[in-house]
Ligand binder design. Structure first.
Ligand code: NAD
Length: 501
């Protein structure tokens, strides 16, 4: 057994998960650190998945009657357990998703933060009181629990994205059935062990939270089951295109968090010290495998040469290696397919006239992991490959002459997740944030596009899917709205002045 497998086993043990090796398991869990096998699990059958949904539905029928602030106590227990097990869960994220130590811990911190937000929210699930046109009538909105929320998640945020959904759903009175990525099942099981313990402490109904092990076929059970009124799915645009029509066919709701192709505009007045730091973190953090990773720098011609040479110099010093080494800044790609996609995108970019500035090769790291030197490619135009999301540390440089041109390039892509501008010119900054500026769900000034806080609504437009999770009023997606009108008069006036008999 490899060192990482032993480490993963010890962590799972401490989190309360039994041996991750099932003799005849069909689903092999691997660590991208060295490609070694760290678990072998049996996928759930469609019948087992349907059974879990049934149990969750029964749990929901009890949970919805528990007052919301009392439901918040369950999430408080979960937040406490996450604090207690932060190191372990963070290390498991590093082992299974390949994130560097600080990002693995950051992911767990994000879970703790959303728990804090949800606990406060459990006392703030408010509706409106609306003026009625009829005398002696009162009109109001109430928000009620929705039902079983199906969560389908991607490998690159193996636990945080689940928690954005689950913490809100639980205080909103819902049950959650989670189909994590087949590439990060152990992390999900570790997390579920903490949820079960929190549930025992808070006395929640059995089956309120379930994890389904398996690939997309198990996810499809959630997608098609009419007892699941909301499917919240995070992953590629390809996946969103497959599930959205299926959920729509049964008139269910989806909350979609799909691919991004995020850009930073670098204006002539930009503070280049800050820009270089912001660009490098956003482009190479998580080895370019964040939905919000920076993929396109749209730089003014007057500062292009200086920016590119400073970026190349910074890239040359990036420590690449095992994400468990504290000094590493760039860990592995998730698997060989991700490496091939990186390689093919580079070849296509060069065929389109792109000039490789730096990187683009496989980095020599011991073991069977896929490590690459982050690449920068100077492009003569925004060709098809630049408009596609390649989930790897590949940064394209595009050059502009005036802001209108920069905005046109910026908004030309099909995805609309995150964006940023580096400028000290308030007119440019405000234009970027205005209706004629960035068309993304997230638009920043003097910050790269990645690294959102949970207080704001998170999500994107166009092919990113339009969903919003996390802070602000995202909680409404997990509830159903009822408009109530109460007549406390002795008359029965009709709306719009209608007379009837
Ligand atoms: P993926 O689409 O391959 O898989 C995501 C999840 O969907 C997995 O659990 C998978 O089993 C499931 N799935 C795939 N097809 C399905 C189907 N037809 N029915 C039911 N389930 C199905 O994505 P990935 O490679 O794990 O993650 C990377 C992608 O996720 C990137 O495109 C990235 O931008 C995106 N992402 C987006 C956000 C966001 O918030 N917008 C966050 C993280 C990742």
């Amino acid at each position: 057994m490899s060192d990482v497998a032993t480490q993963a086993g010890e962590i799972l043990d401490r989190l309360g998960v039994a041996d991750p090796f099932v003799g005849d398991g069909d689903l092999v869990a691997r660590s991208p650190i060295d490609g070694s096998e760290i678990g072998r699990l049996r996928s759930h059958t469609p019948e087992e998945a349907a059974h879990a949904i049934g149990r969750a539905h029964a749990a929901f029928e009890r949970w919805r009657t528990v007052p919301a602030p009392v439901r918040g106590q369950f999430v408080r227990e979960l937040g406490e357990l996450l604090r207690e097990h932060k190191e372990d869960l963070g290390a498991l994220v590093s082992i299974e998703a390949g994130k560097i130590v600080s990002e693995g811990l950051g992911e767990v911190q994000e879970m703790i933060d959303i728990c804090d937000l949800a606990i406060g929210l459990s006392r703030q699930l408010h509706g409106l009181s609306i003026a009625s046109e009829r005398p002696g009538h009162r009109m109001m909105e109430q928000w009620h629990p929705l039902g079983v929320v199906g969560v389908i998640s991607a490998f690159n945020f193996p636990v945080a994205v689940w928690s954005w959904n689950a913490a809100l759903a639980f205080v909103c009175g819902d049950a959650v059935v989670w189909k994590p990525s087949e590439k990060t099942v152990l992390t999900a099981l570790g997390c579920q062990a903490l949820v079960l313990e929190a549930g025992r402490r808070a006395g929640v109904p059995d089956g309120l939270s379930a994890v389904l092990v398996g690939d997309r076929t198990v996810g499809e059970v959630l997608v098609d089951d009419p007892r699941v009124p909301l499917v919240s799915a995070t992953g590629s645009t390809r996946m969103g295109r497959q599930i959205a029509p299926r959920v729509a066919a049964r008139l269910g709701r989806t909350l979609l968090e799909l691919g991004g192709n995020n850009a930073a505009v670098v204006a002539p007045s930009a503070d280049l010290d800050l820009t270089v730091r912001g660009v490098v973190f956003s482009a190479v953090g998580t080895a370019g495998q964040r939905c919000t990773s920076l993929r396109r720098v749209i730089v003014h011609e007057s500062v292009k040469d200086e920016l590119v040479s400073r970026l190349a110099a910074a890239y040359a010093t990036l420590p690449i290696g095992s994400p468990l080494e504290p000094s590493t800044l760039v860990g592995p790609l998730i698997d060989e397919a991700a490496f091939r996609a990186f390689d093919e995108a580079l070849a296509r970019a060069r065929a389109d006239g792109g000039e490789l500035v730096t990187g683009g090769t496989r980095a020599a790291v011991d073991g069977g992991g896929f490590y690459v030197r982050p690449a920068i490619v100077d492009m003569p135009a925004q060709t098809e490959i630049v408009r596609a999301e390649t989930f790897a540390p590949l940064l394209y440089v595009l050059t502009y002459g005036d802001l209108d041109e920069a905005l046109a390039l910026h908004n030309e892509v099909a995805q609309g997740l995150s964006s940023s501008i580096f400028t000290l010119d308030v007119r440019e900054a405000e234009t970027f944030l205005s209706v004629v500026g960035s068309d993304c769900g997230i638009a920043n000034v003097n910050i790269g596009p990645s690294g959102a806080e949970i207080g704001g609504a998170f999500g994107g437009e166009k092919e990113t899917g339009g969903g919003r999770e996390s802070g602000s009023d995202a909680w409404r997606a997990y509830m159903r709205r009822a408009t109530n009108t109460v007549n406390y008069s002795r008359e029965l006036p009709l709306a719009q002045g209608v007379e009837f008999g």
